[in-house]
Write a protein that binds this ligand. Structure first.
Ligand code: SF4
Length: 445
């Protein structure tokens, strides 16, 4: 679950300023004749490197001077006044992520098929994406400029892959020397500046488990509440990971980890009033243990890392059922459809959907979708592909097919193996909808 978060193209050459992609009609941007393709180079004399800079440098300013390189090549200087908080109506190009300089033994790039899309090989390590999307960085190659930027622009929280506070282990896992692996001064500097940090451990059997894990959790907890939480997620190996140093995560291993961490959480709860160390959903599902209750997760600090997603989904699903029963149960269509999801989540979803069918008379069928593209023990919905769907075509029944929204690249109707939604739909001979829970509900009412 730690693998793919944001993978925009990185083929573009870095140019000065930030490019405007869209200008809303009748907006302030349109009023001053900004157009898509123009680049904003400076705001009030300060260089703009990306849209975060633009946001930061315009925040709270009512009198502005923009230096703009027009699409035509002309340079403009635009003076303007705006009402406090008035939006420019501008959309900007995506941030081009900075690449990491590590050689992690468990890096997802080593688990890709050789012919996977180039974007799957992007090793992003970018404090801006950490702030914006919760991507993890190791802080090993962060520059002084980036450190200053986090503090000055309050890019908080930051999500940091720690893996182990034992330096030998951390250096070994990241494939770097001990000196670079040591981020204690950098973390302290961020914490002293009031930047909130969430930590992550990718748990690799035999490497950073047991005593190393215990020490990591307690070292990090010593900084609570400045370090707010640590997410512990299991190593995920595809069939392409052949590194002999790595051992697959087994159900037995997951049960041992749950027992160990539950005891630690008890100690921490007494001391700090919080569990602090949160185990990823995958660990419970693989262990065949119950997902913890709502209070275990607090305010779901690392839900994007697959920590509490299942509990949150179950709560939302229960709310949806209550709402439908209260407001409009007669309007639930007697639909028949197939819902595909990852093999790990499928039994959990099936239970909920079977109950839904019994209440509302729908005929929804949950089908687990094996990951034939990555193979190995990859069983999460977010890494399923179009090919996986096609190989399950015999199991499709009903009027349409639903797949989890995480199967699509962030803004596109395209899957990890490059297949487009309309292609899959054509091949299956059925409409295919990539949905979240609200969108599924809309299809059923
Ligand atoms: S930090 Fe490690 S896991 Fe992340 S992209 Fe770099 S090498 Fe891969």
């Amino acid at each position: 679950m730690y693998e793919f978060a944001v993978t925009p193209a990185v083929t573009s050459i870095r140019r000065r300023g930030v490019e405007i992609c869209d200008v809303a009609p009748n907006s302030l941007g349109a009023e001053i004749d900004l157009e898509s393709g123009d680049r904003i180079i400076k705001v009030n004399g300060r260089v703009v490197r990306d849209y975060l800079d633009f946001r930061f440098q315009t925040a709270g300013e009512t009198e502005l001077v923009l230096e703009v390189r027009k699409k035509s090549g002309e340079d403009w200087e635009v003076e303007l006044e705006r009402a406090e908080g008035e939006d420019f109506g501008l959309s900007f190009e995506q941030i081009v992520p900075r690449q990491c300089a590590n050689e992690c033994i468990f890096c997802f790039c080593n688990g890709n098929p050789a012919d996977a899309r180039p974007s799957l090989f992007i090793k992003d390590e970018d404090i801006r994406l950490s702030f914006l999307y919760g991507n993890y960085t190791t802080l090993t190659s962060i520059t002084e400029d980036e450190m200053r930027r986090i503090v000055e622009q309050r890019l908080s929280p930051q999500y940091v892959s720690v893996h182990a506070t034992d330096l030998d282990v951390r250096a070994y896992m990241l494939g770097i020397d001990k000196q670079r692996a040591d981020i204690s001064t950098k973390v302290a500097r961020l914490l002293d500046a009031g930047i909130e940090v969430h930590a992550q451990v990718v748990l690799c059997p035999g490497i950073n488990d047991n005593d190393v894990l215990r020490r990591t959790i307690f070292d990090l907890a010593a900084e609570y509440p400045r370090i707010t939480s640590v997410a512990i997620v299991p190593l995920g190996l595809t069939r392409y990971n052949t590194d002999a140093r790595l051992t697959r995560v087994t159900p037995e291993f997951c049960r041992e980890v749950i027992d160990q961490v539950t005891a630690i959480q008890k100690e921490l709860k007494e001391k700090l009033g919080t569990n602090f160390a949160l185990l990823g959903d995958e660990i419970y599902l693989r262990a065949g243990r119950r997902i913890p209750g709502r209070s275990y997760y607090g305010d779901y600090p690392q839900i994007e890392d697959g920590v509490g997603m299942v509990r949150s989904f179950e709560s939302e699903f229960a709310k949806l059922v209550r709402r439908l029963e209260r407001e409009c149960w007669t309007s639930v269509k007697q639909t028949s459809a197939t819902i595909f999801t990852g093999t790990l989540f499928a039994p959990v979803l099936k239970k909920m959907i079977d109950d839904f069918n019994a209440r509302f008379g729908t005929r929804l069928l949950v089908e687990p979708l094996e990951n034939s593209y990555f193979g190995g023990d990859v069983s999460v919905a977010g890494l399923l592909t179009g090919q996986d769907l096609l190989s399950a075509r015999e199991r499709v029944v009903g009027e349409f097919v639903c797949i989890p929204k995480q199967m699509l690249k962030s803004d596109d109707a395209i899957m990890l193996d490059g297949m487009k939604m309309d292609e899959v739909s054509r091949e299956l001979g059925q409409p295919v909808h990539a949905v979240n829970l609200q969108e599924l509900a809309a299809l059923l009412t």
